[in-house]
Ligand binder design. Structure first.
Ligand code: COA
Length: 154
C-alpha cells in the first residue's frame, strides 16, 4: 500500500483528533486538545494514502536533550502495513538531524513494535522529567503497564 509521510496543515487538526480518539478512549494515548495540536503542529507528521490521513505521530521536547515520541496512532484498517514504523522513522530522523546527543524515548503498551523501530527498553526512573510531569495526574500511576524505551541507533 502506497503512503506518503508529510506535515499536516491546520485544516487537518480535526481529522488528527479523530484518528487519536479511539486510542484516547481506550486510555493508551493522552488526549490532545485542538489548541494543543494547533500550537504544536510543527511537531506532527502524518501518513497519507491518496488524500486520506491513515496515521499520525508527534513529539514533545522536555529539553533539547530529552524528547518523547507521543500521539502515535494508525487507523485500525491500516495496521501492519508499515505506516507506524514509517512515522517513527520520520520523527526520529528529524530529531537526530536537529538535536545533538538527544535521548528520544517512548512510553508504550506496544514495546515490541518500538523495538522493531530501533528502540531498547530502559528503567522508567531513568526518565524523571516525564514521570513528574504527566504520570502524577494519571489514574494508573501506581500500576502503570507501560514500558519505557529509548532510541538506540544513534
Ligand atoms: C502501535 C501502532 C502504531 C503500530 O502501527 P502499524 O502501522 O500497525 O505498525 P507497522 O506495520 O509499521 O509495524 C512495524 C513492525 O512492528 C510490528 N508490530 C506492529 N504492531 C505491533 C504490536 N502491537 N506489537 C508488536 N509488534 C507490532 C509489525 O508486525 C512490523 O513488524 P515487521 O517489521 O517484522 O513486519 C498501531 O498498532 C497503533 O496505532 N496502535 C494504537 C495506538 C498506540 O498504541 N500507539 C502507541 C502509543 S505509544
Amino acid at each position: 500500500m502506497k503512503y506518503i509521510i508529510g506535515k499536516p496543515v491546520p485544516s487537518e487538526i480535526e481529522i488528527i483528533q479523530s484518528i487519536l480518539k479511539p486510542y484516547v478512549d481506550d486510555g493508551v494515548i493522552l488526549e490532545r486538545s485542538r489548541e494543543d495540536i494547533e500550537n504544536n503542529i510543527n511537531k506532527f507528521f502524518i501518513a497519507k494514502i491518496k488524500n486520506n490521513i491513515a496515521g499520525v505521530i508527534s513529539y514533545y521536547n522536555y529539553s533539547d536533550k530529552l524528547i518523547e515520541i507521543r500521539s502515535l496512532a494508525v487507523k485500525k484498517e491500516y495496521f501492519k502495513k508499515g505506516i507506524g514504523a514509517a512515522l517513527v522513522k520520520a520523527a526520529v530522523e528529524i530529531l537526530l538531524n536537529n538535536y545533538n546527543n538527544v535521548k528520544i524515548f517512548a512510553l508504550t503498551y506496544h514495546p515490541d513494535f518500538f523495538k522493531k523501530c530501533g528502540f531498547v527498553e530502559v528503567l522508567k526512573d531513568t526518565l524523571p522529567e516525564k514521570i513528574w510531569k504527566d504520570c502524577r495526574n494519571c489514574a494508573h500511576q501506581f500500576e502503570c503497564g507501560e514500558t519505557s524505551l529509548i532510541y538506540s541507533k544513534q
